[in-house]
Design a protein around this ligand. Structure first.
Ligand SMILES: Cc1cc2nc3c(=O)[nH]c(=O)nc-3n(C[C@H](O)[C@H](O)[C@H](O)COP(=O)(O)OP(=O)(O)OC[C@H]3O[C@@H](n4cnc5c(N)ncnc54)[C@H](O)[C@@H]3O)c2cc1C
Length: 419
């Protein structure tokens, strides 16, 4: 029974997470006339954008390169003029399949019932424990995003001579940022034989500053007792196992880990949503609805996106879905599975109705030149000069193309060489 001292409220749509995904979903809901609440644990809206002071945001949507905070401001200003109820400094403590939740607000506990819920909780960085680097446990080893937050939001330089493990976008961007702040970046190691971040970031963040990129290498030891004193860097073989005798010691006082992001999926689990083994996020349809009716996801909580523009567009779409669901408690059912075929690691959404236009995003397993991204058994195909696992491919199936899907039981997306 509900404690009568605890306040309660009802909303059409509750959005958890006030990053770009959640802001887009919330704004769209309010524009369509729904009563919307955005719940954000931080003291401001914007999510990860607030610590990304480099430019490169908004190229697809605005046709210009904004910084993260500038991009965020375009949405926060609209939200402040909208009817959206923004709850800052507020944590979701528990989330239930019936779309009710308990919030911890600055004014105490609040019980909220929602017609539809959008979970836009972003992602977390993988830690040292998850990749099992041996060695001692000194201070000076941290995720790259934490270092970015310390430098850009708190004005604190966490090291003077740095090594970065992982060539994803966060690792590349923090290398340049540290160089600008006067630190020396001794190198970046990548276990794969290709960089996993966007090509433009490899050029602009490493090549332009003569920072060495060690492909097919990893950190195999960590030295130091209180503070990090150095790392051992070793070459890896084709099975990504370190090759004995190739280790070289590098003196550094900071090791940054940029070894991948994982969707924040705890609330999906609490709500009983089925997760994808490939993305670790929920299985969603073209409206970003999960298999628990009325619970939606969008942005990095569904899968790790590389451009904020796609995050925003997915947020709008999830907002549309939530409005439709909150309106009549139903959305047309998506019965066709979308499955990864040749050279596709994952594809989102994993289900579609085949009735509505939809955008699908995928990551390939292996880099490929002159690639055809196609739907097997149809003439639907998209050409890409180069595809790599580090760059998400996004394409749209619309209009007459939808008719081609009618005869298919499942939609298999594959990436093959055109010539
Ligand atoms: C270092 C870095 C550089 C990038 N550079 C670029 C770039 O140059 N160009 C580009 O287009 N994109 C870039 N991106 C990608 C882009 O920033 C992300 O894809 C986007 O911010 C993801 O948005 P999101 O809303 O899904 O998640 P987030 O921005 O992470 O927002 C999630 C929000 O949910 C909140 N939250 C989580 N759990 C709870 C809870 N329990 N209760 C309440 N609130 C909660 C968090 O506090 C956060 O505000 C970069 C990303 C990073 C990390």
């Amino acid at each position: 029974m509900m404690n009568s001292n605890i306040k309660s409220t009802k909303k059409d749509i509750v959005v958890v997470g006030g990053g770009p995904a959640g802001m887009a979903a919330g704004l769209r809901g309010a524009e369509e006339g729904a009563e919307v609440m955005i719940v954000e644990r931080d003291i401001e809206l914007g999510g990860i954008l607030n610590q990304c002071i480099h430019n490169g945001f908004g190229v697809e949507i605005y046709g210009e390169e904004l910084t993260g905070p500038e991009y965020a401001e375009r949405f926060t200003s609209q939200i402040s003029e909208s009817s959206v109820d923004v709850m800052l400094n507020t944590f979701v403590l528990s989330m239930r399949p019936d779309k009710s939740m308990t919030l911890l607000t600055p004014n105490g506990l609040l019980e909220v019932e929602a017609e539809a819920v959008v979970l836009a909780t972003g992602a977390r960085e993988r830690s040292r424990g998850e990749i099992r680097i041996p060695g001692s446990r000194p201070s000076g080893v941290m995720p790259a995003g934490t270092a970015q937050e310390l430098i850009n939001k708190k004005g604190f330089l966490p090291g003077k001579r740095v090594f970065v493990l992982g060539s994803g976008d966060i690792g590349l961007i923090i290398s340049r940022r540290l160089t600008w702040e006067g630190a020396e970046v001794a190198g970046v190691a990548e276990i794969m034989d290709y960089p996993t971040g966007l090509n433009r970031n490899v050029v602009q963040c490493l090549h332009d500053y003569d920072i060495p990129l060690h492909l097919s290498h990893t950190v195999t030891d960590i030295y130091g007792s209180n503070r990090l004193e150095g790392v051992e860097l070793s070459r890896v073989d084709d099975n990504m196992k370190p090759v004995e005798g190739t280790g070289q010691d590098i003196d550094v006082d900071l090791l940054l880990l940029s070894v991948g992001l994982v969707p924040e999926n705890d609330f999906f689990k609490e709500a009983g949503v089925t997760l994808s083994e490939r993305t670790s996020g929920p299985i969603v349809d073209e409206w970003f609805q999960t298999d628990v009716p009325g619970i939606f996801g969008c942005g990095n909580s569904v899968h790790i996106e590389d451009l904020v523009d796609w995050v925003t567009m997915d947020g709008f779409r999830a907002g549309d879905g939530a409005v439709a669901y909150a309106g009549n408690g139903n959305l047309q059912s998506a019965e066709k599975d979308v499955v990864p075929g040749e050279n596709v690691n994952y594809v989102v959404p994993q289900k579609v109705s085949g009735e509505d236009d939809f955008r699908f995003a995928l990551r390939v397993e292996e880099p490929m030149e002159n690639a055809d991204i196609s739907i097997k058994g149809t003439d639907i195909s998209f050409f890409e000069k180069i595809v790599t696992p580090g760059e998400m491919e996004v394409n749209e199936v619309e209009g007459e193309d939808l008719e081609e899907l009618q005869g298919l039981d499942e939609i298999e997306v594959e990436v093959t060489r055109r010539f």
